[in-house]
Design a protein around this ligand. Structure first.
Ligand code: AMP
Length: 299
């Protein structure tokens, strides 16, 4: 397989980081088989790379639950819509290998798109129904969750991990993956890790790199709106419409274009009338050309 001109440099970085870097499904299967032969449980952390502390917290979780941890780094074209940021999505494989290795990741699977989709667009894919897949991000990014669930199902098929770790940052994604695993009887335990934030509250995201200093300040409207709604809940407010209104006005800030503000059931994602313990608060907005999401569960 052609691996590109930069490969020797990347290989050297991987070696220094103590990470096995592989590009093919066959190499993953061989690695997994060897770990199983050693009696080890395999943990998987699927990512699109450009790693930050949020991703690395998932590696920590995976290491607690498994004996050998692998990460996939794949900017999955299938989950990007036309006009979205597939082409400019940030990439830094060498930096990612160093960070992943430092945190104890043993294997990184960074396949070219042709390795994941050798026949082009898959003819069979995993599609959530509109009830749970069409709300929130699903309503604003048509086809997005079909792309996500399909690639995650493929990764589960390639790795057959004992446990896979996802972030609460993408609550709807994690919730749909759990549902896929339950509905399709996939033999993997799904673990969901809390959101890692910057010191000022901004949820970490690879896309934060797009933000100018000014936009970075405006972006705080998202986490602040969640904080405000949580305070209102703590003070006794239970009317979801009131909390929704607070979220919406919180993200209707200068330089921020709100997309949705929802108070929802954490499993079905359906809007609720009354907020309670465990209710999901979720917001999405555009800051400049960058689409950001954030959420919180009511305590
Ligand atoms: P991504 O590379 O953005 O596709 O994210 C890969 C995984 O990391 C997903 O399960 C995300 O939910 C998770 N993740 C992203 N940002 C954070 C964060 N700030 N805290 C915790 N997990 C995160």
């Amino acid at each position: 397989m052609s691996t590109g001109v930069l490969e020797p440099a990347v290989e050297a970085v991987a070696a220094r980081a103590g990470v096995t870097l592989v590009r093919t499904r066959a190499e993953v299967r061989a690695w997994v088989a060897a770990r199983r032969a050693e009696g080890k449980r395999v943990g998987l952390v699927p990512t699109m790379g450009y790693l930050h502390a949020g991703h690395l917290s998932l590696v920590d979780r995976a290491r607690e639950a498994a004996d050998a941890v692998a990460m996939s780094i794949f900017v999955n074209p299938l989950q990007f819509g036309p006009g979205e940021d597939l082409d400019r999505y940030p990439r830094n494989l060498e930096g990612d290998l160093a960070l992943a290795g430092e945190r104890g990741t043993e294997l990184v699977f960074a396949p070219p798109a042709g390795e994941m989709y050798p026949h082009g667009q898959p003819r069979v894919s995993v599609l959530p129904d509109d009830e749970i897949g069409g709300r929130l991000d699903g309503g604003n990014r048509p086809g997005h969750f079909r792309g996500v669930l399909t690639v995650v199902a493929k990764l589960f098929g390639i790795f057959t991990p004992d446990v896979a770790v996802f972030g609460q940052k993408d609550w709807q994604q994690a919730s749909l993956i759990r549902r896929m695993v339950a509905d399709l009887d996939l033999p993997v335990r799904v673990d969901v890790a809390p959101i890692v934030r910057e010191a000022d509250g901004l949820a970490m995201s690879s896309r934060n790199v797009y933000l100018s200093a000014h936009e970075r300040a405006s972006a705080l409207a998202l986490s602040r709106s969640l904080g405000k709604a949580r305070e209102m809940y703590a003070a006794g407010e239970r009317d979801a419409a009131v909390l929704r209104g607070a979220l919406w006005s919180g993200i209707s800030a200068p330089g921020v274009e709100p997309e949705y503000a929802e108070v929802a059931d954490p499993d079905t994602l359906a809007p609720v009338g009354e907020a309670a313990h465990g209710t999901l608060l979720a917001v999405a907005a555009r800051v400049g050309s960058t689409r950001l999401i954030d959420n919180a569960l009511l305590p």
